[in-house]
Design a protein around this ligand. Structure first.
Ligand code: NAP
Length: 325
């Protein structure tokens, strides 16, 4: 059960708790890494206890330093922070999984993470390049059974390097592959996927709820619009007239309405901002409520618009977004 009034956290299927509002740390390459450091400190000061990161974001050193500074100055204890990192697609081969997590931990200078996710179901050629490419510029994919990767994830939990394990960008069939795996030791605690009023993921959410898997929403504010990953001609979510009208009625911002909409549906939500004003604004998603009519209106905005389509992996057998959900 999600508790929006008391602890602001949800109990995962392995018994651990996840704060329902998380701070996103991805920023396009041209943004100085020091912004991630400063913003993570602000976020912890404001009250965020869930921090979402990844090897791919190339700023775990800065985010880890911010967390350690906030522990050192007495603002929080390590146990108060829920830190997520992710296994990038070039490390799917089972023997590469634990070393990849150990590498993140070394950068972070922490002993464990709270959650380790398979970032995407598709694998890419192992190596140091985040997007390995051939001479013609095509991303080089790799085929690794996600169930083998999952077994290596389970070992990371057993080794105490992560409290929980989960997945990201999986469709329901891929979740089923894991759930039906012979000898499954741990279920994924969550599936982190793109989710917002234009892609409300109703069917995937229902499926996840039926399996006691938490749906964690990314790009809940309409995405970073980094041209590396997103079609910049796609409409801006927060400029939607209906979101704006509902926001005005509640004397809130469209961003707060977008976050609150997900929280009221039992979705854990990530919000990225490197601006102090918006970091604070987004944390004020708890102290107002959308009416059932507001919820219905926002629900009607769905248009299956996916900002991040990872089109370079469209030919991979595990490309997740060809399925309806
Ligand atoms: P997002 O949370 O949708 O935010 C998008 C942009 O909105 C930010 O760049 C931010 O810019 C701006 N913003 C923030 N608060 C706002 C507000 N109240 N009003 C107006 N604009 C606001 O961004 P996202 O990075 O796509 O997703 C969030 C996090 O999810 C990421 O940081 C990452 O941790 C995770 N993620 C995961 C995956 C995955 O594959 N698993 C993919 C994408 C993202 P400013 O910084 O200028 O405020």
């Amino acid at each position: 059960m999600m508790d929006l009034n008391q602890s602001h956290s949800v109990k995962l299927n392995d018994g651990h708790f996840m704060p329902v509002l998380g701070f996103g740390t991805y920023a396009p390459e041209e943004i100085p890494k020091s912004k991630a450091f400063e913003s993570t400190k602000v976020a912890i000061d404001v009250g965020y206890r869930h921090i979402d990161a990844a090897h791919l974001y190339q700023n775990e050193e800065e985010v880890g330093k911010a967390i350690r500074e906030k522990i050192a100055d007495g603002t929080v204890k390590r146990k108060d922070i829920f830190y997520t990192t992710k296994l990038w697609a070039t490390f799917h081969r089972p023997e590469l999984v634990q070393p990849a997590l150990e590498r993140s931990l070394k950068k972070l200078q922490l002993d464990y993470v709270d959650l380790f996710l398979i970032h995407v179901p598709v694998a890419m050629k192992p190596g140091e390049d985040l997007l390995p490419k051939d001479a013609s510029g095509k991303v080089i994919l790799d085929m690794v059974d996600i169930r083998d990767t999952w077994e290596a994830m389970e070992k990371c939990k057993d080794a105490g390097l992560t409290k929980s394990i989960g997945v990201s960008n999986f469709n329901h069939k891929q979740l089923e592959l894991i759930l039906n795996k012979p000898g499954l030791k741990y279920k994924p605690v969550c599936n982190q996927v793109e989710c917002h009023p234009y892609l409300n993921q109703s069917k995937l959410l229902e499926f996840c709820k039926s399996k006691d898997i938490v749906l964690v929403a990314y790009s809940a504010l309409g995405s970073h619009r980094d041209p590396k990953w997103v079609d910049v001609n796609s409409p801006h979510l927060l400029e939607d007239p209906i979101l704006k009208t509902i926001a005005k009625k509640h004397k809130r911002s469209p961003g707060q309405v977008a976050l609150r909409y997900l929280l009221q549906r039992g979705v854990v939500v990530l919000a990225k901002s490197f601006s102090e004003k918006r970091i604070k604004e987004n944390f004020q998603a708890f102290d107002f409520e959308l009416t059932p009519e507001d919820m219905k209106e926002i629900q009607s905005l769905n248009r299956n618009l996916r900002y991040g389509q990872i089109l370079f992996a469209v030919d991979h057998p595990y490309y997740p977004f060809s399925e309806e959900y």
